[in-house]
Design a protein around this ligand. Structure first.
Ligand code: SF4
Ligand code: SF4
Length: 328
Protein backbone atom coordinates (compact mmCIF):
# COMPACT_ATOMS: atom_id res chain seq x y z
CA UNK A 1 0.00 0.00 0.00
CA UNK A 2 2.33 2.72 -1.30
CA UNK A 3 -0.46 5.24 -0.79
CA UNK A 4 -4.24 5.34 -0.65
CA UNK A 5 -5.25 4.98 -4.28
CA UNK A 6 -7.87 3.29 -6.45
CA UNK A 7 -6.67 -0.27 -7.17
CA UNK A 8 -7.41 0.23 -10.88
CA UNK A 9 -4.31 2.43 -11.09
CA UNK A 10 -2.15 -0.65 -10.31
CA UNK A 11 -0.29 1.31 -7.64
CA UNK A 12 -1.17 -1.10 -4.83
CA UNK A 13 -1.77 -4.82 -4.43
CA UNK A 14 -5.30 -5.56 -5.62
CA UNK A 15 -7.83 -5.99 -2.78
CA UNK A 16 -9.13 -9.19 -4.44
CA UNK A 17 -5.79 -10.85 -3.62
CA UNK A 18 -5.81 -9.42 -0.09
CA UNK A 19 -9.32 -10.79 0.39
CA UNK A 20 -8.56 -14.24 -1.07
CA UNK A 21 -5.40 -14.78 0.98
CA UNK A 22 -7.00 -13.47 4.18
CA UNK A 23 -9.98 -15.75 3.71
CA UNK A 24 -7.82 -18.83 3.16
CA UNK A 25 -5.66 -17.98 6.19
CA UNK A 26 -8.80 -17.50 8.24
CA UNK A 27 -10.27 -20.81 7.09
CA UNK A 28 -6.99 -22.47 8.07
CA UNK A 29 -7.56 -21.23 11.63
CA UNK A 30 -5.50 -18.04 11.53
CA UNK A 31 -6.39 -14.72 13.12
CA UNK A 32 -5.68 -12.40 10.21
CA UNK A 33 -4.32 -8.88 10.66
CA UNK A 34 -3.81 -6.77 7.53
CA UNK A 35 -1.16 -4.10 7.97
CA UNK A 36 1.30 -1.87 6.13
CA UNK A 37 3.04 1.45 6.48
CA UNK A 38 2.56 3.58 3.37
CA UNK A 39 4.62 6.69 2.59
CA UNK A 40 3.81 9.83 4.60
CA UNK A 41 2.92 10.07 8.29
CA UNK A 42 2.25 6.71 9.98
CA UNK A 43 -0.92 7.76 11.81
CA UNK A 44 -4.21 6.03 12.42
CA UNK A 45 -6.05 8.56 10.22
CA UNK A 46 -3.64 8.05 7.31
CA UNK A 47 -3.82 4.28 7.67
CA UNK A 48 -7.62 4.24 7.69
CA UNK A 49 -7.72 6.51 4.64
CA UNK A 50 -5.22 4.30 2.82
CA UNK A 51 -7.08 1.08 3.64
CA UNK A 52 -10.35 2.60 2.44
CA UNK A 53 -9.01 3.99 -0.85
CA UNK A 54 -7.11 0.77 -1.66
CA UNK A 55 -10.20 -1.37 -1.06
CA UNK A 56 -8.70 -3.14 1.97
CA UNK A 57 -11.45 -1.96 4.35
CA UNK A 58 -14.11 -3.76 2.31
CA UNK A 59 -11.83 -6.78 1.80
CA UNK A 60 -11.24 -7.08 5.56
CA UNK A 61 -14.94 -6.70 6.33
CA UNK A 62 -15.88 -9.44 3.86
CA UNK A 63 -13.53 -12.02 5.36
CA UNK A 64 -13.48 -11.03 9.03
CA UNK A 65 -9.86 -9.82 9.06
CA UNK A 66 -8.65 -6.99 11.28
CA UNK A 67 -6.97 -3.88 9.89
CA UNK A 68 -3.93 -2.81 11.89
CA UNK A 69 -4.22 0.68 13.40
CA UNK A 70 -1.39 0.34 15.93
CA UNK A 71 1.22 2.88 14.82
CA UNK A 72 4.03 1.81 17.14
CA UNK A 73 7.24 0.12 16.03
CA UNK A 74 10.15 -1.69 17.65
CA UNK A 75 13.80 -2.09 16.78
CA UNK A 76 15.11 -5.49 15.81
CA UNK A 77 18.81 -6.08 15.68
CA UNK A 78 20.19 -7.77 12.54
CA UNK A 79 23.93 -8.22 13.11
CA UNK A 80 24.35 -10.32 9.97
CA UNK A 81 23.22 -7.37 7.81
CA UNK A 82 25.63 -6.48 5.04
CA UNK A 83 25.10 -2.72 5.34
CA UNK A 84 22.32 -2.27 7.92
CA UNK A 85 22.47 -4.01 11.30
CA UNK A 86 19.10 -3.00 12.82
CA UNK A 87 15.63 -2.03 11.64
CA UNK A 88 12.70 -0.32 13.33
CA UNK A 89 9.74 -2.41 12.16
CA UNK A 90 6.02 -1.85 12.69
CA UNK A 91 4.51 -3.76 15.62
CA UNK A 92 2.26 -6.23 13.73
CA UNK A 93 5.37 -7.79 12.21
CA UNK A 94 6.77 -8.43 15.72
CA UNK A 95 3.49 -9.94 16.89
CA UNK A 96 2.67 -12.29 14.03
CA UNK A 97 3.73 -15.90 13.90
CA UNK A 98 3.16 -16.07 10.14
CA UNK A 99 4.07 -13.12 7.92
CA UNK A 100 2.60 -13.29 4.40
CA UNK A 101 3.80 -10.48 2.16
CA UNK A 102 1.48 -9.45 -0.69
CA UNK A 103 3.32 -7.36 -3.25
CA UNK A 104 2.75 -5.76 -6.65
CA UNK A 105 4.84 -6.10 -9.81
CA UNK A 106 5.95 -2.59 -10.83
CA UNK A 107 8.74 -0.55 -12.27
CA UNK A 108 10.56 1.79 -9.91
CA UNK A 109 12.23 5.10 -10.73
CA UNK A 110 15.16 4.48 -8.39
CA UNK A 111 15.63 0.72 -8.21
CA UNK A 112 14.29 -0.16 -11.67
CA UNK A 113 11.85 -2.75 -10.37
CA UNK A 114 9.85 -3.28 -7.19
CA UNK A 115 8.30 -6.54 -6.09
CA UNK A 116 8.77 -9.11 -3.34
CA UNK A 117 12.02 -7.78 -1.86
CA UNK A 118 11.19 -4.08 -1.82
CA UNK A 119 7.68 -4.72 -0.48
CA UNK A 120 9.22 -5.20 2.97
CA UNK A 121 10.05 -1.47 3.03
CA UNK A 122 6.38 -1.20 4.05
CA UNK A 123 7.45 -2.50 7.48
CA UNK A 124 9.39 0.72 8.11
CA UNK A 125 7.20 3.43 9.71
CA UNK A 126 6.17 6.04 7.08
CA UNK A 127 8.33 9.09 7.67
CA UNK A 128 11.36 7.01 8.69
CA UNK A 129 11.67 5.84 5.08
CA UNK A 130 13.25 9.11 3.79
CA UNK A 131 15.97 8.67 6.45
CA UNK A 132 17.07 5.47 4.70
CA UNK A 133 17.44 7.39 1.44
CA UNK A 134 19.73 9.87 3.21
CA UNK A 135 21.79 7.10 4.82
CA UNK A 136 22.04 5.17 1.56
CA UNK A 137 21.69 7.76 -1.23
CA UNK A 138 23.38 5.59 -3.84
CA UNK A 139 21.07 3.06 -5.52
CA UNK A 140 23.57 0.26 -4.97
CA UNK A 141 23.76 0.89 -1.20
CA UNK A 142 20.03 1.45 -0.95
CA UNK A 143 19.33 -1.84 -2.72
CA UNK A 144 21.82 -3.64 -0.47
CA UNK A 145 19.92 -2.27 2.52
CA UNK A 146 16.65 -3.56 0.99
CA UNK A 147 18.15 -7.04 0.63
CA UNK A 148 19.25 -6.85 4.29
CA UNK A 149 15.74 -5.75 5.27
CA UNK A 150 14.14 -8.61 3.36
CA UNK A 151 16.49 -11.12 5.00
CA UNK A 152 15.68 -9.60 8.40
CA UNK A 153 11.89 -9.48 7.86
CA UNK A 154 12.04 -12.97 6.35
CA UNK A 155 8.45 -13.37 5.08
CA UNK A 156 7.10 -16.90 5.52
CA UNK A 157 5.44 -16.65 2.15
CA UNK A 158 5.23 -13.98 -0.54
CA UNK A 159 2.54 -13.65 -3.19
CA UNK A 160 2.90 -11.19 -6.05
CA UNK A 161 -0.04 -9.56 -7.79
CA UNK A 162 1.26 -9.49 -11.35
CA UNK A 163 -2.18 -9.82 -12.90
CA UNK A 164 -2.01 -6.15 -13.82
CA UNK A 165 1.38 -4.59 -13.10
CA UNK A 166 2.67 -1.05 -13.53
CA UNK A 167 5.02 -0.10 -16.35
CA UNK A 168 6.74 3.21 -17.10
CA UNK A 169 7.36 5.67 -14.29
CA UNK A 170 6.48 3.41 -11.36
CA UNK A 171 5.95 2.89 -8.54
CA UNK A 172 3.10 5.43 -8.71
CA UNK A 173 3.44 7.51 -11.88
CA UNK A 174 3.31 4.70 -14.45
CA UNK A 175 0.49 2.97 -16.30
CA UNK A 176 -1.31 -0.32 -15.63
CA UNK A 177 -0.17 -3.18 -17.87
CA UNK A 178 -1.76 -6.63 -18.13
CA UNK A 179 0.71 -9.42 -17.29
CA UNK A 180 -1.71 -12.11 -16.17
CA UNK A 181 0.37 -13.79 -13.46
CA UNK A 182 0.09 -14.50 -9.76
CA UNK A 183 3.49 -15.63 -8.50
CA UNK A 184 4.09 -17.15 -5.08
CA UNK A 185 7.15 -18.44 -3.26
CA UNK A 186 8.62 -18.95 0.18
CA UNK A 187 11.75 -17.29 -1.24
CA UNK A 188 11.09 -13.60 -2.07
CA UNK A 189 14.42 -13.29 -3.91
CA UNK A 190 13.59 -16.18 -6.24
CA UNK A 191 10.11 -14.76 -6.74
CA UNK A 192 11.57 -11.46 -7.96
CA UNK A 193 13.92 -13.33 -10.29
CA UNK A 194 10.90 -14.93 -11.97
CA UNK A 195 8.90 -11.68 -12.08
CA UNK A 196 11.82 -9.75 -13.61
CA UNK A 197 12.17 -12.46 -16.27
CA UNK A 198 8.41 -12.36 -16.90
CA UNK A 199 8.46 -8.65 -17.76
CA UNK A 200 11.54 -9.08 -19.93
CA UNK A 201 14.00 -7.15 -17.73
CA UNK A 202 17.54 -8.31 -17.03
CA UNK A 203 18.83 -8.67 -13.48
CA UNK A 204 20.97 -5.56 -14.11
CA UNK A 205 17.77 -3.55 -14.57
CA UNK A 206 16.39 -4.58 -11.17
CA UNK A 207 18.80 -3.38 -8.51
CA UNK A 208 17.42 -5.45 -5.62
CA UNK A 209 17.69 -8.61 -7.74
CA UNK A 210 21.20 -7.71 -8.88
CA UNK A 211 22.32 -7.18 -5.27
CA UNK A 212 20.54 -10.27 -3.94
CA UNK A 213 22.32 -12.38 -6.57
CA UNK A 214 25.68 -10.83 -5.69
CA UNK A 215 25.05 -11.31 -1.97
CA UNK A 216 24.02 -14.94 -2.45
CA UNK A 217 20.51 -14.31 -1.11
CA UNK A 218 18.94 -15.26 -4.44
CA UNK A 219 19.65 -18.66 -5.99
CA UNK A 220 21.45 -18.40 -9.34
CA UNK A 221 18.92 -20.76 -10.92
CA UNK A 222 15.18 -20.52 -10.39
CA UNK A 223 12.37 -22.54 -11.85
CA UNK A 224 8.60 -22.42 -11.77
CA UNK A 225 6.01 -25.04 -10.97
CA UNK A 226 2.33 -24.71 -11.75
CA UNK A 227 1.11 -23.31 -15.07
CA UNK A 228 3.54 -23.42 -17.98
CA UNK A 229 5.04 -20.00 -18.54
CA UNK A 230 6.94 -18.81 -21.60
CA UNK A 231 9.38 -16.01 -20.78
CA UNK A 232 9.11 -13.13 -21.23
CA UNK A 233 5.39 -13.12 -20.59
CA UNK A 234 5.01 -9.56 -21.90
CA UNK A 235 7.05 -7.76 -24.54
CA UNK A 236 8.34 -4.20 -24.34
CA UNK A 237 7.38 -3.62 -20.72
CA UNK A 238 8.19 0.08 -20.39
CA UNK A 239 11.09 1.00 -18.10
CA UNK A 240 10.95 4.05 -15.83
CA UNK A 241 12.38 7.07 -17.66
CA UNK A 242 15.14 7.23 -15.09
CA UNK A 243 16.26 3.81 -16.30
CA UNK A 244 16.02 4.47 -20.03
CA UNK A 245 19.27 6.33 -19.59
CA UNK A 246 21.99 4.43 -17.85
CA UNK A 247 25.27 5.45 -19.46
CA UNK A 248 27.19 4.48 -16.35
CA UNK A 249 25.61 1.10 -15.65
CA UNK A 250 28.26 -1.50 -15.04
CA UNK A 251 31.00 1.03 -14.19
CA UNK A 252 32.66 0.80 -10.77
CA UNK A 253 31.00 2.94 -8.07
CA UNK A 254 33.89 5.45 -7.77
CA UNK A 255 33.54 6.31 -11.49
CA UNK A 256 29.75 5.95 -11.73
CA UNK A 257 28.75 8.10 -8.74
CA UNK A 258 30.34 11.45 -9.78
CA UNK A 259 29.11 11.05 -13.37
CA UNK A 260 25.63 10.11 -12.15
CA UNK A 261 25.45 13.26 -10.03
CA UNK A 262 25.60 15.36 -13.21
CA UNK A 263 24.15 13.14 -15.90
CA UNK A 264 21.41 11.10 -14.34
CA UNK A 265 17.69 11.94 -14.59
CA UNK A 266 16.17 14.26 -12.01
CA UNK A 267 12.66 15.25 -10.89
CA UNK A 268 10.96 18.33 -12.33
CA UNK A 269 7.66 19.80 -11.11
CA UNK A 270 5.05 20.49 -13.78
CA UNK A 271 3.70 23.69 -12.30
CA UNK A 272 0.36 23.48 -14.11
CA UNK A 273 -0.41 20.10 -12.50
CA UNK A 274 0.93 20.84 -8.99
CA UNK A 275 -1.81 21.44 -6.42
CA UNK A 276 0.60 22.50 -3.66
CA UNK A 277 -0.37 19.66 -1.29
CA UNK A 278 3.20 19.41 0.05
CA UNK A 279 3.31 15.59 0.14
CA UNK A 280 6.50 15.63 -1.93
CA UNK A 281 8.19 18.05 0.49
CA UNK A 282 7.17 15.91 3.47
CA UNK A 283 8.72 12.81 1.89
CA UNK A 284 11.88 14.43 0.53
CA UNK A 285 14.83 13.06 2.55
CA UNK A 286 17.12 15.89 1.42
CA UNK A 287 14.55 18.55 2.42
CA UNK A 288 15.14 20.20 -0.91
CA UNK A 289 11.52 20.92 -1.87
CA UNK A 290 9.73 24.10 -0.83
CA UNK A 291 6.14 25.09 -1.51
CA UNK A 292 6.21 28.65 -2.83
CA UNK A 293 3.00 30.43 -3.85
CA UNK A 294 1.13 27.11 -3.74
CA UNK A 295 3.57 25.24 -6.00
CA UNK A 296 6.42 22.84 -5.29
CA UNK A 297 9.94 24.00 -6.13
CA UNK A 298 12.96 21.67 -6.12
CA UNK A 299 16.48 22.88 -5.36
CA UNK A 300 18.30 20.41 -7.60
CA UNK A 301 21.71 21.02 -6.05
CA UNK A 302 20.71 19.07 -2.93
CA UNK A 303 18.62 16.39 -4.68
CA UNK A 304 19.84 12.81 -4.17
CA UNK A 305 17.52 11.45 -6.93
CA UNK A 306 15.63 9.03 -4.73
CA UNK A 307 12.38 9.95 -6.56
CA UNK A 308 10.33 9.74 -3.35
CA UNK A 309 8.71 13.03 -4.43
CA UNK A 310 7.51 11.56 -7.71
CA UNK A 311 6.37 8.44 -5.85
CA UNK A 312 4.21 10.40 -3.41
CA UNK A 313 2.69 12.91 -5.87
CA UNK A 314 -0.93 11.90 -6.42
CA UNK A 315 -1.67 14.28 -9.36
CA UNK A 316 1.45 12.99 -11.19
CA UNK A 317 2.83 16.53 -11.26
CA UNK A 318 6.47 15.44 -11.04
CA UNK A 319 8.15 14.12 -14.15
CA UNK A 320 11.61 12.69 -14.56
CA UNK A 321 13.83 14.76 -16.78
CA UNK A 322 16.98 13.58 -18.48
CA UNK A 323 19.84 15.68 -19.83
CA UNK A 324 19.46 15.80 -23.61
CA UNK A 325 23.00 14.56 -24.22
CA UNK A 326 22.22 11.33 -22.37
CA UNK A 327 18.77 10.80 -23.86
CA UNK A 328 20.00 10.63 -27.45
S1 SF4 B 1 4.43 18.31 -6.80
FE1 SF4 B 1 2.79 16.86 -6.34
S2 SF4 B 1 3.10 16.23 -4.21
FE2 SF4 B 1 4.32 18.09 -4.56
S3 SF4 B 1 3.01 19.77 -3.89
FE3 SF4 B 1 2.71 19.52 -6.10
S4 SF4 B 1 0.96 18.14 -6.28
FE4 SF4 B 1 1.67 17.96 -4.17
S1 SF4 C 1 13.69 16.27 -4.68
FE1 SF4 C 1 12.72 14.27 -4.95
S2 SF4 C 1 14.30 12.99 -5.86
FE2 SF4 C 1 15.31 14.80 -4.98
S3 SF4 C 1 15.91 14.18 -2.92
FE3 SF4 C 1 13.91 15.16 -2.75
S4 SF4 C 1 12.44 13.45 -2.90
FE4 SF4 C 1 14.41 12.68 -3.62
Amino acid sequence: MLMGRNPDTATTTHPALVYAVSKLASQAGGKVVIGDSPGGPYTRAMLERGYRLCGFTDAAKSCGATLNIDTTAKIISFPQGNICKAFNLITPWHETDCYISLCKCKTHAMTGFTGAVKNNFGLIPGLEKPGFHMRYPDVEEFSTMLVDLCRCASPDFTIMDAVVGMEGDGPSGGSPRQIGLTIASDNPFALDAIAVKAIGFTSDEAWTLKKSLEMGACPAETQTVGDDVIFPVVENFKRAKSHDVTPTRGLPGFIRKPIDRIAQPHPVVMQDKCVGCGECAMSCPAKTIKIIDGKANIDRTKCIRCFCCQEMCRPKAIKIKTLRLFSL
